[in-house]
Design a protein around this ligand. Sequence first.
Ligand SMILES: C[S@@+](CC[C@H](N)C(=O)[O-])C[C@H]1O[C@@H](n2cnc3c(N)ncnc32)[C@H](O)[C@@H]1O
Length: 254
Amino acid sequence: MTEQFKGSPWNCDSIDQWNQPGYWSDYYRDLLADRQDPIRRKLVVWRDCDRLIYTLSRIGKLPVRDGKDEIRFLDAGCGISALPYVLKAWGFHVVALDTCEQAIQISAKQNPSDEELAQCIRNWEPSRDYRGSYTLIDDPKKSLESLQNLKGVGGSVSFIHADWLDRSACTGPFDFIYCRNSLRRSKKPYWRDSIRRFYEMLAPRGLLILETVNALDLMNEVHDLLREIGFVSLEKHLTRDEDHKYVDAYWPTG
Ligand SMILES: C[S@@+](CC[C@H](N)C(=O)[O-])C[C@H]1O[C@@H](n2cnc3c(N)ncnc32)[C@H](O)[C@@H]1O
């Protein structure tokens, strides 16, 4: 019997197709069809990168200080989000990888302008009504300014149609691996194999940024897997050394 997550099935019932390209080509085709809700489409393509900005800034990697050191970034399971282009604009050398060929074809054609990319940058302002809370402000001009303030030189992006488990197609090493929701409803053995691959592909001091939405039920067991494989939590070690590989895992809900 396949090893299962113990968490309740509400959030974490695995689906067999989650890591299958066919499931995602249907999903992206439907999402891009005219009849689909444009707000939903916008949220998927122009993914917000608040938390990525926070993580990279607090370890001193954003803004990229000079283009001489190539910082290699893997977007593992990039889907059709514009994030690889945002990372390129910031000066990173990005490999955007997905097993779904259609996703790679769609993404490789995007080539968005700065104005379009600015949709990935959200503006938060201190709320007038509730002290200590923040309100989301729709201000495209401000978003563009924030994007441009973080601009780096010499970034690049390449799109690869491949499975991260395939050692011949996806090698590394990478300084950063970002995996956003690409494992969310995978089975536990798949999580373990994938986390192990990410560990292998990271350079010494490398950081896995793992963002998984609405999957709190898996959190503790995934943290156990991360420890079992050797990852050190960034939370406790903001200064990274060459002897370890790090993880920043977060579990937003909404
Ligand atoms: C929920 S989507 C997330 C897409 C993107 N990261 C985002 O946040 O919008 C999951 C993506 O992971 C890809 N994926 C799943 N397993 C994969 C694997 N083993 N190798 C490469 N891509 C994979 C799927 O094809 C799909 O496009």
